[in-house]
Design a protein around this ligand. Structure first.
Ligand code: NAD
Length: 266
């Protein structure tokens, strides 16, 4: 098995990676550590936080299985603590097939006014905001039906596993990742006698599409950790991605235990 690691940039995380490599090296000659996506690893171990895992999936894409070791506070995606390294290495090298949890992604197409299209995707969410403190204005179409003209701070289109991230902070619903859906949520919409939005999060099934027609000349688009300023965007279309991110699960930790551990028991 070929394994790659993606690390948060701190000394403790590098120490944990060193310990992992030594333990695996001492116990196995069938596992090898490789350097980058060109080496086509079977497994990518992210050591750090949820942000490190998001970085890992964008670096390595849909092919490998991912495992997270959290070296900071408890992460939503990461299952393992550094103190459990011996147990993790033992289970990994027993070569028992882990349970593979597949998490849906958000597929997005950004179209500029000159007709260029850019295909993007996110494991957590796409965030659309105006690139200044003034109001974002976007017409929202669901499957070609005009729903509203949104005015406010921004819009989030999240995946099920991203529903517990930024989406949750704006009171979006938590969606189990076995449900292939995307969720459109508002950030501080303007609702008064002049302007009206639905003011509820919308959950869209597979094959349904949300189209955001952008009125601002310059916008900010966030895709998980990455954010960029875009000029002259005409529209952004989002749907459930055709590919999923695969997590290798060696622990019996359900999605709802993750929710409890992250938000209730701490
Ligand atoms: P960060 O360092 O600002 O961390 C944001 C927090 O979100 C961390 O506590 C992280 O553990 C948590 N998080 C990330 N993905 C999660 C998920 N799927 N479920 C539950 N919690 C999750 O930024 P980062 O580490 O680079 O993570 C990027 C993510 O931060 C974005 O994808 C976005 O979802 C989230 N974010 C949240 C808010 C908010 O809650 N108000 C604002 C901006 C970004």
């Amino acid at each position: 098995m070929k394994i790659a690691t993606v690390l948060r940039n701190d000394d403790y995380t590098r120490e944990v990676e060193q310990a992992l490599k030594e333990k695996v090296g001492a116990a196995s000659n069938t596992c090898s550590f490789v350097e980058g996506p060109n080496d086509e690893p079977d497994m990518v171990i992210s050591i750090g936080g949820d942000g490190t895992l998001l970085e890992a999936v964008h670096q390595y894409g849909f092919k490998p299985a991912y495992v997270g070791i959290h070296t900071g506070h408890l992460g939503f995606y990461a299952d393992w603590r550094p103190e459990e390294l011996d147990r993790f290495v033992h289970i990994l090298l027993e070569e028992q097939q882990p349970y593979i949890a597949e998490y849906p992604t958000v597929a997005c197409k950004i179209t500029t006014r000159n007709g260029e299209t850019h295909d993007k995707w996110a494991l957590n969410e796409l965030v659309l905001r105006n690139n200044s403190l003034s109001t974002l204005v976007a017409c929202v179409y669901i499957n070609g039906t005009e729903l509203e003209t949104f005015r406010g701070d921004g819009l989030i289109v999240s995946s099920p596993s991203g529903s517990t991230a930024y989406n949750k902070a704006v009171n979006g619903a938590i969606v189990h990742p076995s449900i292939e859906a995307i969720q459109l949520s508002e950030i501080a919409s303007i609702n008064n006698q002049a302007y009206r939005t639905i003011n509820s999060s919308l959950v869209l099934p597979k094959h349904h599409e949300v189209e955001l027609i952008v009125m601002n000349p310059q916008i900010m688009v966030g895709l998980d950790r990455e954010q960029g300023v875009w000029n002259d965007v005409c529209s952004i279309t989002c749907r459930v991605g055709s590919e999923k991110i695969r997590f290798a699960r060696y622990k019996k930790l359900t999605f709802w235990s993750r929710v409890r551990n992250s938000f209730i028991t701490g």
